[in-house]
Design a protein. Structure first.
Length: 256
């Protein structure tokens, strides 16, 4: 019997389930899945039943949703498509990092596997997208950086920004305006009282953006800049940070 290809809705569901647990260990609930997809809880319940029938998820009533091995394979293929397309749009077509998510959502279902692999070769088989999220390889392997969530680090921790969530385009535009991008040197200086801004020092002894970053920023003659970034920004951005020797941060994974 011929096996039908998964629908775009199924592809979207498994991709969201995977992405939710990519940077933290808690599985996604039906309510969280509905919120992320912008659909009703009843629609999620119906689709989760279909996913379970197809062997893509494990789920019991009133419990969280987890992917099976088949579900993970499908999710990784969709995540690879999405992030390669985002990278192509930034590198080759001049898109900003806040513009690419919605475009990739449309294109990832429309192009062939051959197109994706030739695009990957054209890009030099990148291992991360413009936001720092790892791009799964064609064989399903993933190089996840050892990272910590910025908002949960102790004062005095230093490192490099390795990831910034793409969930909020306005936040990405804000960070670009503040000249904060991937690979920037950063030190956590403290927090202002009563849930106020996170105070960080952004170093710029050299360009603080890589070839996959949203824009290349000029150096500031080796200077550093002290910035007060709203706490909500770092909470929403959920930045990853590479800890350096001597850093005093608590170990906490970056989240998606």
């Amino acid at each position: 019997m011929k096996t039908s290809l998964p629908s775009s809705s199924i592809e979207d569901y498994v991709k969201v389930i995977y992405s939710f647990t990519e940077w933290q260990d808690k599985p996604i609930t039906s309510t969280q899945l509905a919120q992320r997809l912008g659909v009703a809880n009843s629609s999620v319940s119906e689709m989760v039943r279909k996913l379970k029938d197809q062997g893509l998820v494990d789920h019991q009533p009133y419990s969280a949703i987890t992917l099976t091995s088949d579900g993970v394979r499908l999710a990784l293929s969709m995540v690879r498509r999405h992030r390669l397309i985002e990278t192509f749009l930034v590198r080759e077509l001049g898109y900003r990092w806040d513009e690419v998510h919605d475009e990739a959502e449309l294109l990832e279902h429309a192009v062939s596997d051959t197109f994706i692999e030739r695009m990957a070769a054209k890009l030099g088989n990148p291992v991360r997208d413009p936001h720092g999220d790892p791009i799964p390889a064609a064989d399903g392997s993933v190089q996840v950086p050892a990272a910590h969530r910025m908002s949960e680090l102790d004062d005095g921790h230093t490192g490099l920004i390795t990831r910034i969530s793409d969930e909020n385009p306005e936040l990405l535009r804000y960070l670009s305006a503040e000249e904060i991008a991937l690979d920037a040197d950063v030190e956590v200086l403290g927090r202002k009282p009563f849930g106020g801004a996170l105070v960080v020092r952004i170093g710029s002894g050299g360009p603080c953006a890589s070839s996959t970053s949203p824009r290349k920023l000029p150096p500031r003659s080796g200077s550093t800049a002290r910035r007060s970034i709203p706490a909500a920004a770092w909470s929403g951005a959920e930045c990853g940070l590479h800890g350096r020797a001597g850093g005093r941060g608590r170990r906490s994974p970056s989240a998606a």
